[in-house]
Design a protein around this ligand. Structure first.
Ligand SMILES: CCCCCCCCCCC/C=C/C(=O)SCCNC(=O)CCNC(=O)[C@H](O)C(C)(C)COP(=O)(O)OP(=O)(O)OC[C@H]1O[C@@H](n2cnc3c(N)ncnc32)[C@H](O)[C@@H]1OP(=O)(O)O
Ligand code: FAD
Length: 663
């Protein structure tokens, strides 16, 4: 049999209806149709070809992306695509570009932090791409610590302008996408100074380049920050540096929803919290969670299909060898990642609802749920990006040596994905934000009953006393038992941290000293929410033959895999006995056997095109070896039998006459 037959055979074993699972993955029939249409539009358009990317130099990579982005924008207009469709189009084009910043950060910053008047002026310009903007917050010297930014915006009462200035080398804006060569405008974050007084960091709309000839405006120095990790992925993007030498902008270009500066130079705070200035980051963190499920699903699709084709050992009497997918070790590394992709997908759907709700509330100045939403977006961003980055690397290893080839699609996916652990809030820094929320919630238990995602902490006094009642491996299939185990472990970790914090001279000192434990407690809290979201999703109506059952198996795999991975926490907090932890692991092994017949159908449900996967190993048709061979032959080194440099550098060595002493 060939790879093609192996996958056909695997598909015939599926115990659920793949077409309905595709809809469950996409979120709704409508969402599925949009994704499917956009995926095919990109896959069938030769402009979006990407197999030649690994061979391109930096300048060509960048120009190639400009060309694709211009073509995409033409399609958006010619086909009258909605914003949702245009977002999927960008997603499937699969190349970081300045438009990510335009649509994910520049427009949301204008919309979220601008006044009605500012929005009326700037948003239409941005949405029609008459101006192209970026989000210029990070500096050479500070990224995580936004309040530590050094760029200044000094109010000049006489001219009614702000003077934007980079006073030090470390104040140079550093990293913003599109800044180096493309963007005409930026939201520049700077310390506001009026009459020598500092008023904190605010966003300012600054024009960077001439709209006539694209040259940098006077006083502005712009450049690229250099090549990044990997080859053809983030190097398509011109992440940039900007320095400002007393650049003047009109007063009405300070984003003034949160606070205003009057013509007279009076600083006025509206009744919105200053954290609203961070709202763009909350919006993008939410998008990043959804992106995590997409990136992980892509990696596991490649690794699962290849694992069904790859055979090693186990041949008897000349019969076929064992599919590596049948090895329990392969399953225990791969199936939790398949389950995680689904878990993150459902978590991101839920987070989107939470975010839509807070957005509506913010519009009418209801800030009550902002701390919880901030904690959830920050925590989920950290949990999902860390697990996805590790998962992609694991998938590379699951593909053995071939996983290291660029043609497997995995090295470039990894290089593209890993910065998600850093940008939009470094992952540990984000967990520490969750920790602040947890400590506040636990410390306030006597006065205030927690709600929403923290509601379980209202039962903390009970959860720290109760013990797990599981007696058999089957008991671990009960969602109530699973959820209580996660809640008890998280509550015990949070309460434990709070008790120890009280032993320090000051809360700040305690927080710093216990920050590792607090980050672990935060992760445990986020896991409660992801697991409970998965369980709640299964309580909804899920149509289609066997779809709900297949998802139930994955939900249990996800939860019990986490329980096994973090069993140290579960045991140390005393909720579980070693016997119960071991029963969970027994159940996990049984669950892997239930995933096995559905493995290929599950990854088919992601509906990924071969174009999107860009992987010879993950091809839908399974025709791996001939195509791997074909791809290798296309390498420029194979253009001739005698490569450049052989005559010059190798032959002289071969032909040298060695002295006998060197033999
Ligand atoms: C189709 C393709 C799609 C692609 C989609 C992806 C595109 C992505 C492109 C990626 C490009 C990358 C861009 C960037 O990276 S932009 C720069 C991002 N930078 C950061 O994320 C910086 C992280 N730092 C911070 O957010 C803050 O500095 C930090 C929160 C760490 C600390 O802030 P600060 O010093 O002001 O505050 P405190 O810790 O003292 O907190 C004060 C209180 O405010 C609360 N808080 C903090 N942040 C928020 C928020 N965002 N919303 C609401 N509340 C917030 C905090 O919890 C404190 O509350 P309490 O006092 O009650 O504890
Ligand atoms: C590909 C990419 C694209 C980007 N695009 C943009 C963009 O468009 N616009 C923009 O403004 N920025 C952008 N950034 C910058 C990005 O937002 C920052 O790099 C990020 O916020 C992390 O900040 P940092 O680099 O200062 O890391 P640092 O904060 O210096 O982190 C270094 C280490 O210190 C630790 N650390 C820091 N603070 C604490 C703390 N309080 N407690 C414990 N540990 C701590 C971190 O955990 C980390 O291990 C981009 C970055 C990348 C990689």
């Amino acid at each position: 049999m060939e790879g093609v037959d192996y996958l056909r055979d695997e598909r015939s074993k599926a115990q659920f209806d793949v077409e309905t699972m595709k809809v469950a993955w996409a979120g709704s029939p409508e969402a599925f149709l949009v994704c499917d249409r956009m995926a095919k539009l990109v896959a069938n358009d030769p402009v979006f070809e990407k197999f030649s990317k690994p061979m391109l130099g930096r300048k060509e990579l960048f120009k190639n992306t400009l060309r694709k982005t211009a073509h995409a924008w033409k399609l958006v207009n010619d086909l009258h695509l909605t914003e949702e469709e245009a977002k999927w189009l960008r997603h499937y084009i699969d190349e970081p570009s300045y438009t990510d910043l335009q649509w994910e950060m520049f427009v949301p910053a204008l919309e979220g932090q601008g006044t009605e008047e500012q929005k009326k002026k700037w948003v239409p310009l941005a949405k029609t791409m008459q101006i192209i903007g970026t989000y210029a917050q990070t500096e050479l010297g500070h990224g995580s610590n936004v309040q530590g930014l050094e760029t200044t915006a000094t109010f000049d009462r006489q001219s009614d302008e702000f003077v934007i200035h980079s006073p030090t080398l470390t104040s140079s804006k550093w990293w913003p996408g599109g800044l180096a060569k493309v963007t005409t405008h930026a939201i520049v974050y700077a310390r506001l100074i009026i009459d020598g007084h500092f008023y904190g960091v605010h966003g300012f709309i600054v024009q960077l380049r001439s709209l006539e000839d694209h040259s940098p405006l006077p006083g502005i120095t712009l450049g690229d920050i250099g090549m990044k990790f990997g080859h053809g992925t983030y190097n398509t993007m011109d992440n940039g540096v900007a320095r400002f030498d007393r650049v003047r902008i009109p007063r009405d270009q300070m984003l003034m929803r949160v606070s205003q500066v009057t013509k007279e130079g009076k600083y006025m705070k509206s009744n919105v919290p200053r954290q609203l200035g961070y709202a763009t980051m909350v919006s993008v963190r939410q998008t990043i969670v959804s992106d995590a499920s997409k990136a992980l699903s892509r990696a596991v699709c490649i690794a699962t299909r290849y694992s069904a084709i790859r055979r090693q050992f186990g041949s008897r009497d000349g019969g076929p060898e064992t599919q590596v997918l049948d090895y329990k070790t392969q399953q225990s590394r791969l199936f939790p990642l398949v389950a995680s992709a689904f878990a993150f997908r459902f978590a991101s759907d839920w987070l989107k609802l939470l975010y839509t709700d807070v957005k509506q509330r913010l519009e009418v100045n209801d800030f009550s749920t902002l701390p919880e939403v901030h904690a959830c977006t920050a925590g989920f961003k950290s949990l999902t990006t860390a697990a996805t980055a590790e998962g992609i690397e694991e998938c590379r290893k699951l593909c053995g040596g071939h996983g290291y080839l660029i043609s497997s699609g995995l090295p470039e996916l990894f290089a593209f994905y890993v910065p998600a652990c850093t940008y939009e809030g470094e992952n540990v820094v984000m967990l520490l934000q969750v920790a602040r929320f947890l400590v506040k919630t636990v410390s306030d238990l006597g006065n205030k009953q927690p709600v929403g995602t923290a509601a379980y902490l209202g039962r903390a006094s009970l959860l720290v006393q109760k013990n797990c009642v599981v007696q058999t491996a089957e008991d671990w299939l009960n969602p109530i038992a699973i959820l209580e185990a996660f809640e008890a472990r998280a509550a015990r970790m949070a309460v434990g941290c709070c008790q120890r914090l009280a032993e320090f001279k000051s809360p700040e000192e305690g927080f710093a000293e216990l920050s590792s434990d607090l980050a672990e407690a935060s992760l445990a809290h986020c896991q409660v929410i992801v697991v409970s979201t998965f369980i709640r999703r299964l309580q909804q109506d899920i149509p289609g033959r066997g779809v709900k059952q297949a998802l139930e198996v994955l939900c249990n795999v996800y939860a019990l895999f986490l329980l096994h991975k973090h069993q140290g926490d579960f045991l140390a907090t005393g909720y579980l006995t070693p016997k119960q932890a071991s029963l969970a692991n027994d159940q996990l092994r049984t669950l892997y056997s239930k995933v096995r017949p559905n493995a290929i159908a599950l990854v088919d449900s992601f509906n990924h095109t071969d174009h999107y996967l860009s992987s010879v190993l993950g091809r839908y048709d399974g025709n791996v070896y001939p195509k791997l061979y074909e791809a290798a032959l296309k390498d420029p080194l194979n253009d001739s039998d005698i490569a450049d440099g052989i005559h010059q550098y190798v032959q002289p060595i071969l032909k040298q006459k060695l002295h006998s002493s060197k033999l």
